[in-house]
Design a binder for this molecule. Sequence first.
Ligand SMILES: [Zn+2]
Length: 92
Amino acid sequence: MKMPKEIKTVCPFCKTHSLQKVSVVKRKERGTLKAGQRRYLKIVKGYRGFPRPSADAVKQTKKVDIRLECKECGKKHVKTRTTRAKKFELKR
Ligand SMILES: [Zn+2]
């Protein structure tokens, strides 16, 4: 998925459309994972489940965490309604 570096959308603080800078946040991996994530990782590695887990079980896409920074007020907010993407890049 390609996305422009600057988009014009509604700023929740100014309550009008304004030019906003797009940035992607990379999540850090934490030491302890939640139970569901641990179970999922086991299946991906090939433990548990018969027959072998299908390719569908392995998630091939990731949700992209996009932040928008308003150029007028300088405040940041999270872009909701993002789609899953295999590859994500910002273009000019
Ligand atoms: Zn604003």
